[in-house]
Write a protein that binds this ligand. Sequence first.
Ligand code: COI
Length: 350
Amino acid sequence: MSIKTIKVAQSRLPQVDFNNLPFGKIFSDHMLVADYIDGAWQPAEIVPFADISVSPSLSALHHAQAIFEGMKAFKNKAGEVIFFRMEDNYNRMNISAERMCMPAIPHEIFVDGLKQLVDLDRDWIPTGEGQALYLRPVMFSSDTAIGVKPSENYKLIIMTMPTGAYYLEPLKVWIETKYSRSALGGTGYAKAAGNYGGAMYPSKLAAQHGYHQLLWTDSINNEAIEESGSMNVMFVFDDVLVTPALHSSMLAGLTRDSILHIARDWGMKVEEREVTVTELLQKYKEGRVKEAFGVGTAANIAHIATIGHKDLVMELPPLSERTFANKMYDHLFAYKRGELTDNYGWLVKI
Ligand code: COI
């Protein structure tokens, strides 16, 4: 299906410094827009990236029916565009849509639309170390009436942005034992915009004490570790890769899933299970916390250098000793760039 396309009169590409790509600030020339009106998706269009105008009564602004995805596209040495796990992102977007009482997005709008959008802006895909084209689909309710009920109209916009590293340094994370990111039965497993908004205040408090991010704990006992910031979290205890098992308050990250697949195939012992703060403190005292890192699409693999808890500041082993995360980072990047065999069928090339 060919999507109606209105191209920019003049590309902004020559103004972009590809050696300096702060995350989320530089947008490619075009975006995809599709509206859901009166119970049906209308044909998508690809148009120049531009501001949109909304009514002050836009329902998403009031009651937060808003979801998004984060995914990445790369370019291989032959100049082909490679999408990493796009079908999985598509499926997760619709899981989020269901949870937030929003309409499912048709495959031809999301997947075919992304292919055409990124093909058009393929020159925006950066190829430097750690760089990618970040793809950000967002859907929000667009009724212009204030009522706490599912909207009848929605807008999907997919924008893309060339990006480099998300975190510029190893992270200091604080174990959060007062505030929660989500709760069992809540919206934590969905990429609902409000999950991220609700995380900002406790993150700001931690930042005032010099911490980049939080280690979120469960909402009942504040004891089971769930995620780190907007990423999943993993540890290497001795020589075992350990990550909190998923449940309804946690996002099923695709980077998480990819790393678990690859680690198991490397023959590494992998455990998806409850990881408590007590266990982490105990293992640290015993010198058994070899590595800790956050994993996510935007951040890739983000080393955690320091974990703070009450009066204790746990300094973890130096990055040069993080054998697993360093090897996995290189492997995953080479995989996404199409330099390895696509054993898992995760790549789509155009
Ligand atoms: C991602 O990793 O892509 C995310 O969506 C997390 C964050 C940038 C909000």
